[in-house]
Design a protein around this ligand. Structure first.
Ligand code: 9PG
Length: 522
């Protein structure tokens, strides 16, 4: 379907088509790109092709691998063009498996299979996104009106160096800080796929949940149910539950934790039963807040037990998870394809991981990768995803309060805290033992604050009587230049070598071991 955009185009319209082309009066000056899953980039950029982020081995884990090399400005489900006069043309799918790209003065949208609805808006940006959000909400549902729980999460201070004594010391140290949930992250499980307590948790998971509940909070747990490690028992015992590629080989869900991951086939009845039983088990242990991560694995391309478009297959898996965990569990989806998760989870991570540093020069400049852990990356993509807020609670990832253990400036920590206030989703990983009394007071004030947030424009928000400007985080790093390009190419190559990644993981593990030792003084 071809549509001409002129001054007499209605502000909003909805059409059904497998392909739609919007003919703009002239090429726009900027394009809004929307990445596929939580960690993928969302940003306003100029029209030049986005650099292909490195290393390629991470495309499956950080982007939609099928489009990671697309030379034209591209968006998953939605894209928007900013015209010279400041008005924008937004093209957004109201269904799944849809893409948008800009080719000169043509804004094109297509469904990977079949046809579906498209929402088109021509007008002011502050009307375009809310109108699209409304149309999506009518199809997928809206976010609950109740406030998001306030969470302490173990990841960004302890990483995988968690064990029973450390977590107990932290839970005790949090005293009466007003958290609603204490969430145990990655590091408790035997393996990816084998979701049982490992030997660092000799009392078991029910005992850990009990410990949390004894402090008056809900217990939260991290799992990555839609993928499994090659070495896991699950994969060895049930290879038939896993996605294959066209050549009949197991489809890779990425390289992480020092090894290859495979993707569970969410259309396989036995795999579905296993997923449901896992959710019931976790609830029976006493966990009522579930952070389900690396969910993109359910929506990869491949051959499935029952043929289905990939995002429909994912949504089927998500329904199984949601039904089995129960409507009363709080479900945070992470590493999750955005639109297919709507209506089935309570909250959605809408950016990459934060980190104790603002930006890694290696990742940002040399590897041109805006999806790796880093506070600037997290703020950039989250701010550009805030139009999702009426549909799902938006998790910007944790904020930092302690100066210890990170290299962020006071201003950078504040920006992250303010973003959490704008999102209405408040979390931290800070160790009570690392906070000064003043930092602890700031955290308490943050957790109890009930501020009114209003968006002023693309980058500025009003928080009660203050204006917050997120622009320090929003631009994209420059391309490597001169001698840097050689280092960049070498790093890009090295980053694709599983042996090099294994070595990095070993170094990481030994650092974590040291960290664990130093924590004994807590
Ligand atoms: C636990 C973590 C934390 C975190 C999640 C997720 O390779 N990667 O690109 C990559 C991105 C994110 C990531 C891990 C790897 O973090 O977002 O909060 O739960 O898993 O492993």
């Amino acid at each position: 379907m071809d549509i001409l955009i002129t001054d007499s185009t209605p502000a909003s319209q909805t059409v059904s088509a497998s392909r739609v082309t919007l003919n703009l009066p002239r090429p726009p000056r900027a394009f809004y790109r929307h990445g596929w899953q939580s960690w993928s980039l969302a940003a306003w950029t100029d029209l030049s092709p986005l650099p292909i982020q490195k290393p390629d081995i991470f495309h499956v884990l950080q982007t939609d691998a099928a489009y990671a090399r697309e030379p034209l400005p591209h968006g998953s489900w939605v894209g928007a063009a900013e015209m010279d006069d400041g008005r924008i043309v937004l093209l957004g799918a109201l269904g799944m498996d849809a893409h948008v790209r800009l080719d000169g003065s043509q804004l094109e949208g297509w469904y990977e299979s079949g046809e579906g609805e498209w929402f088109i808006h021509f007008g002011a940006e502050q009307n375009a996104f809310p109108a699209y959000t409304q149309a999506l909400g009518e199809r997928f549902g809206f976010a609950a009106a109740k406030p998001a729980p306030r969470v302490w999460c173990s990841w960004y201070s302890l990483y995988a160096a968690i064990d029973e004594p450390i977590l107990h010391a932290v839970f005790d140290g949090l005293g009466n800080l007003p958290f609603d949930v204490l969430q145990v992250d990655d590091g408790w499980q035997v393996s990816l796929g084998d979701w049982e307590a490992n030997n660092k948790f000799p009392s078991g998971m029910a005992a850990l949940a009990d410990k949390i509940k004894s402090t008056g909070r809900k217990a939260g747990l991290w799992l990555a149910p839609l993928l499994a490690a090659k070495s896991s028992r699950l994969f060895r015992e049930h290879p038939d539950w896993f996605l294959k590629d066209e050549a009949g080989k197991f489809a890779s869900a990425g390289f992480n934790w020092g090894e290859w991951m495979y993707a569970l086939d969410t259309t396989h009845p036995a795999a579905q039963e296993w997923l449901a039983a896992l959710m019931k088990q976790v609830r029976a242990w006493g966990f009522d807040y579930l952070k389900l991560d690396f969910l993109y694995a359910g929506a990869l391309r491949g051959k499935r037990h029952t043929e289905a478009p990939r995002e429909a297959a994912y949504r089927l898996g998500l329904k199984v998870l949601r039904e089995a965990m129960g409507a009363d569990a709080y479900f945070l989806a992470c590493g999750a394809p955005i639109v297919p998760s709507l209506g089935l989870c309570d909250a959605l991570r809408v950016g990459p991981d934060v980190a104790g540093e603002w930006e890694s020069h290696r990742d940002a400049v040399l590897l041109q990768n805006p999806t790796t852990p880093g506070t600037r990356n997290a703020i950039r993509t989250t701010v550009n995803r805030l139009w999702l807020s009426p549909l799902v609670q938006t998790d910007p990832d944790v904020a930092y309060f302690a100066a210890k253990g990170n290299s962020l400036t006071v201003e950078q920590r504040l920006l992250l805290q303010d973003l959490a206030l704008v999102c209405g989703f408040k979390a931290t990983s800070d160790l009570p033992q690392w906070m000064t009394p003043t930092e602890r007071d700031t955290l308490r004030a943050f957790l109890t604050a009930a501020l009114d947030a209003t968006r002023l424009d693309r980058v500025r928000f009003r928080l009660d009587d203050r204006t917050v400007d997120f622009s320090p985080a929003l631009s994209l790093p420059p391309a490597p230049r001169g001698a840097q390009t050689v280092t960049a190419a070498l790093l890009g190559w090295l980053g694709n070598q599983p042996a090099a990644l294994k070595l990095l993981k070993a170094l990481d593990d030994s650092m974590l071991k040291k960290k664990r030792k130093s924590l004994d003084r807590l």
